[in-house]
Design a protein around this ligand. Structure first.
Ligand code: LMR
Length: 345
């Protein structure tokens, strides 16, 4: 072959390779590119307070990543809706503006209605049942959904918070009739709307960061929270009555932007994964303890009248909430609900 022809072929080949991304800057950098002076940054955004169950778990995760990678990966945690609130944190994850979030799972309803399993009244028996679910294939199946893949999201771990309890400003909530005519704040989704409708109450979706003001200004009369969120958001300043209804769960899933994750050098990814699994164990121990501490604190403050429900009173609420199952079992899927119920044994 003539020299000039060979040179032309090689030149064209080099251009084609470059155009295909052979030397593009989006290619994963190698591990050595990251040092304590030039770390890989993971932005982790969430909506709760620094001292909440989620806030402490996220900070612990950041500490572990720092330790394990000797500062070569830095998790920047943005708490209290500082960077993104409920309305936009999922979009920020999809677009890669943040790399990790840990929303209350019901907020994933935007992508997949099955995440509302968590709101089905009295579906979980106790903390042990919740933990069994987190460890089960039934739960991890939710991470394998088309919707997550299509939105470039990877599910990484489940973190607990706790059982929710109703509070309000009008009167103690004991019987189903006590809810009539009141208006409650909800996180998201139609299951929660139906929950309040079944009790003769109204509801409005309000972002977590705006809930204190909504309760203070009377936009809504009440809310539903685990004790720790009620405590760390100081809802005890703007709510008069709390009943230990324990009617639903509030738990989290940790998600990462998939392209970002896959662009990380393999060895650093392994260390971050290790850190996440230790932070998950920490969250699992912390959640029940912190909720119990917050409950004791709320009772001792004297600003909120706490009513401790009996099993019979909870049973009456459960019966009043049956319409939620009638309407939403097919949406959540019978398979998922039965799968969760079977884990209670
Ligand atoms: C809420 O909006 O009530 C919760 O999702 C907040 C949280 O993340 O715990």
């Amino acid at each position: 072959m003539k020299k000039w022809l060979l040179a032309t072929i090689l030149g064209v080949l080099a251009l084609v390779l470059a155009a295909c991304g052979g030397s593009s800057s989006s290619e994963p950098k190698s591990s050595e590119d990251y040092t304590a002076d030039n770390p890989l940054i993971i932005k982790f955004s969430h909506v709760t307070a620094v001292d909440s169950v989620k806030g402490k778990s996220a900070n612990y995760f950041a500490e572990l990543v720092d330790e394990k990678t000797e500062g070569r990966v830095k998790v920047e945690v943005y708490p209290s809706s500082q960077l993104y609130g409920d309305a936009d944190e999922l979009d920020a994850l999809v677009s890669g503006n943040v790399h990790m979030i840990a929303p209350s799972v019901t907020k994933m309803v935007k992508l997949d209605p099955r995440w509302q399993y968590v709101d089905m009244p009295y579906l979980f028996k106790d903390e042990e049942h919740v933990q069994k679910f987190f460890d089960s294939e039934v739960a991890h199946e939710l991470f394998n959904s088309e919707q997550l893949a299509q939105n470039d999201i990877k599910g990484m771990a489940f973190w607990p918070n706790g059982f929710k309890h109703f509070s309000n400003n009008k009167h103690p909530l004991v019987k189903p009739e006590d809810f009539k005519g009141l208006k409650f704040r909800t996180q998201a989704g139609q299951v929660l709307e139906k929950q309040f409708e079944s009790l003769g109450a109204g509801s409005a979706t309000i972002s977590f960061g705006e809930t204190y003001a909504a309760l203070q200004q009377g936009t809504v009369d009440g809310a539903e929270n685990p004790f720790n969120n009620f405590d760390t958001m100081k809802f005890y300043e703007v709510q008069k009555y709390l009943s230990t209804t324990q009617h639903g769960r509030l738990d989290y899933a940790v998600f990462v932007n998939k392209s970002f994750w896959e662009s990380m050098p393999e060895d650093l990814r392994v260390l971050v994964e290790e850190a996440l699994s230790e932070a998950t164990e920490y969250a699992q121990k912390l959640a029940a303890e912190e909720n119990q501490k917050s409950f004791e604190k709320i009772k001792s403050l004297g600003t909120v009248e706490v009513y401790e429900m009996t099993d019979e009173e909870r049973q009456a609420l459960r019966e009043a909430l049956q319409p939620v199952y009638d309407e939403f079992t097919d949406v959540i899927t019978k398979e998922l609900i039965d799968g969760i119920t079977a884990l209670a044994e």
